[in-house]
Write a protein that binds this ligand. Structure first.
Ligand code: F3S
Length: 426
């Protein structure tokens, strides 16, 4: 890998041992990829504060410096961690102390996370604590090179914002935060951003659930490549696009998609595919839609619903408002819980707007920072859950050993109020 003089100085220790370890990691990572150089970046979204038993042991042994060195820099030396070199934010992590009593998440993990927030906050890590940093202040611009983790955020950054990031890991984002560098490969390069698969939609896709199902189809079709979507699409909003991308990153490993006229780099179909030309289209019609719906509902047998989960990826303000409106004047079934996951900064908006009070009056909870898939917790005794998220319907049965129903927000609210799943193909 070719390094600039400044990068060589960092590698050789001119800026301290932690920066040298970070640069060493990036060089090893880049060389393993066959990458020729590093990109300059000034936007990192990673995870430092997420608690775990390993982190607890390392922090007890050598403080947070030790934990960061081992986990985020792959370095066993005793080194001091300096302030971040570039703006860095914490993505989703565990539940915070304000969820105690609502979420059966270990108090020790909450304490560990709070401790970590203090350490990393002092070093310039903004604790956004959400899988949707783009909703709460970290909004990269078109062409901006970033180092982000979290598949649903990465696909949104590339496809909706036109920023450039691969799906990075704990160590590469840690090293990027101390150096302002990341290997320049994959989605950073023009030639790797064109579409590879064409999906032509012939059934209306005009709802949040509909966009999730289409994303699930496109991801299964494209794997780790880049679908281009045309046809009967209406005008998707922020929530539709974040659900589409999250679903495509779940059934496949999609990190970038194009919707001509919406994706910044794809004003039209020809631009979406670039020099490779437009391939033959795979159709997405009523039969394909129905097959996706069946797949997402293949884990449900009992219609007695214990738990309803909304807000994956973390809900937008408009989604929080919709949940509040759907619950207005209603009361949850005595046997069912409802959790709405939101970014902490938007919880403040929901509190001030009265949405939280409406949801809580009905018996639901507005929760921040995490989610059941991330923290591996659901309300005690959950056997069957319902959700409007294709990602959670896909993952949670395997993670928690529970049954799943997938449908619309309104069907989820109905299940929470009646305790029964009565959803149908929307
Ligand atoms: Fe976010 Fe959890 Fe879904 S981290 S994308 S709410 S699985």
């Amino acid at each position: 890998m070719r390094l600039t003089d400044g990068e060589k100085k960092m590698r050789d220790g001119a800026e301290g041992a932690a920066v040298a370890a970070a640069m060493d990691l990036l060089v090893r990572y880049g060389e393993a990829l066959g990458c020729e150089h590093l990109c300059d970046i000034r936007n990192v979204a990673g995870t430092m504060t997420q608690p775990s038993p390993v982190k607890a042991r390392l922090a007890a042994e050598g403080g947070w410096d030790k934990a960061f060195a081992v986990i985020n820099l792959d370095c066993d030396d005793d080194i001091e961690i300096p302030p971040m070199r570039v703006p860095t934010c914490q993505l989703q992590h565990g539940f915070g102390p304000d969820a105690a009593g609502t979420v059966p998440y270990p108090g020790k993990m909450m304490e560990l996370q709070s401790d970590a927030e203090v350490f990393y906050g002092r070093r310039g890590v903004s604790i956004l604590a959400t899988c949707t940093p783009y909703q709460v202040g970290n909004l990269p611009v078109r062409g901006e090179h970033c180092a982000w983790m979290e598949s649903s955020a990465v696909v949104y950054a590339n496809s909706v914002l036109g920023a450039r990031t691969n799906c990075e890991g704990t160590a590469s984002t840690g090293a990027a935060s101390l150096t302002g560098k990341i290997p320049c490969w994959g989605n950073h390069l023009d030639g790797n951003r064109h579409g590879t698969h064409l999906v032509h939609v012939t059934t209306p896709v005009d709802s949040f659930a509909g966009w999730g199902m289409l994303g699930y189809f496109a991801g299964a079709l494209s794997g780790e490549q880049r679908p281009v979507i045309t046809g009967d699409l209406g005008r998707p909003d922020l929530a539709d696009l974040k659900h589409f991308g999250a679903a495509a990153a779940t059934s496949g490993g999609v990190e970038m998609y194009h919707i001509p006229g919406i994706t910044p780099e794809a004003p039209d179909l020809a631009a979406a595919f670039g020099p490779g030309g437009v391939p033959e289209a795979a159709g997405y019609g009523p039969a394909q839609r129905s097959a996706v719906y069946e797949a997402l509902n293949s884990q449900g047998t009992s219609t007695d619903v214990d738990f309803v989960l909304l807000g994956c990826p973390h809900a937008s303000v408009a989604q929080i408002w919709r949940v509040a409106r759907a619950l207005e004047g209603k009361r949850l079934s005595g046997s069912t819980r409802l959790w709405l996951m939101v970014p902490r900064a938007l919880k403040d908006v929901a509190d001030r707007s009265g949405y939280t009070a409406t949801i809580e009056r009905a018996g639901g909870n507005v929760l921040t920072d995490s989610c059941p898939a991330m923290s591996r917790v659901a309300p005690a005794g959950t056997r069957v859950f319902a959700t409007d998220s294709a990602k959670q319907a896909h993952y949670l049965p395997a993670i928690l050993g529970i049954e799943a129903w997938f449908g619309t927000l309104e069907e989820g609210v109905d299940a929470a109020v009646t305790g029964r799943w009565r959803g149908d193909l929307p």
